[in-house]
Design a protein around this ligand. Structure first.
Ligand code: DQA
Length: 139
């Protein structure tokens, strides 16, 4: 299968920022573990702090024939109608992912404008959230 792992704003700081919430591993290290876990599959990794580049990546994943998009949009999750519309625009199923349990955190993190147009949501399992989300696309 072909998976696109798309990370949004501030996820490039994983391993450096708020280590007690997001852990000590960098996004690069997490992506290496994901690649190892899905070694029989085709995995594409993308990260940007720019909202429009996340929109482009979702469109690119669809054009690339992805079977599933695993999306941690970071704080964009809570307010980006542009990313929501991009998800609605493609036929590829999208799994919304969060490393932290957003529901045990600040109130503003309890709202996702993306969830209604995603296939499902995985939150709170650290780096494993990405793997659990991608596994959900396997039969
Ligand atoms: C996050 C949760 C968001 O609320 C936050 O803005 C992030 C990361 C997570 O992975 O837990 O940047 O998506």
């Amino acid at each position: 299968m072909k998976f696109w792992f798309i990370n949004g704003v501030n996820l490039n700081m994983t391993g450096t920022r708020e280590k007690s919430v997001y852990g000590e591993e960098t996004l690069g290290e997490i992506n290496e573990e994901i690649k190892e876990h899905f070694k029989g599959d085709d995995c594409v990794f993308f990260q940007s702090n720019i909202e429009g580049e996340i929109v482009n990546a979702i469109e690119d994943a669809a054009a690339d024939g992805a079977d599933g998009i695993i999306l941690n949009a970071g704080a964009f999750t809570h307010y980006s109608y542009a990313i929501r519309d991009a998800i609605s625009s493609v036929d590829v199923p999208v799994a919304e992912v969060h490393m932290s349990n957003v529901y045990s955190r600040e109130e503003f993190r309890h709202t996702s404008v993306l969830s209604p147009v995603c296939r499902g949501v995985v939150a709170g399992f650290g780096k494993k959230s990405y793997i659990l989300a991608a596994e959900s696309f396997k039969s």
